[in-house]
Design a protein around this ligand. Sequence first.
Ligand code: GAR
Length: 193
Amino acid sequence: MRIVILGSGRGSNAEAILEAQQAGRLGRAKVVQIFSDRADAQILTLGPRFGVPATFLDAAPFKTKLDGDGEQHYIAAILACRPDLIVLAGFMRVLKLPFLSRFEGRIINLHPSLLPSFPGLDAIGQAFRRGVKITGCTVHEVTLDVDGGPIIDQAAVRIDDDDTLESLAAKVHEAEHRLLPGVIARLSQERVP
Ligand code: GAR
């Protein structure tokens, strides 16, 4: 299973995927390319470390969505990778119909809350401020309904009384780093309906 990862930031989840691959815990999956829409994103530094091509791909002209020329660039570059699965690991752009229909059923996203609670930006902050006692993370299929596609798997995180936003974020990320590689491994072994 050939995987392309898209990310915009730190890349800690991409790192967890690549570490799982190195440790033989990614099933039949193999990361073949990382693309980032930000030239200065830390995720790009994973390329040389793990021997995977990691490339900045301009998504202009829009800032929060993948549309127009940027979308066409992404479609062409990803098609050239012949992916079986596209993993959004902190890719902070909304995907539109041309991209989604080109890769239908083959795009998954990681979101830092127990969807359908707290979709959108700053999901960890939303949960913290709302005062819920359980939050977590979700891997779901990407559809036109932003953060609303079919849920593949989730992990729960307890918010303790002495948690701060920072300590909660650390717990959610830790849960994400276990959840996402596990889902990819199971998808590669066709163990997910
Ligand atoms: C992760 O917490 C992921 O759930 C979130 O961005 C972070 C990326 O971290 N994604 C979203 O909020 C998508 N709406 P990373 O760059 O260290 O993997």
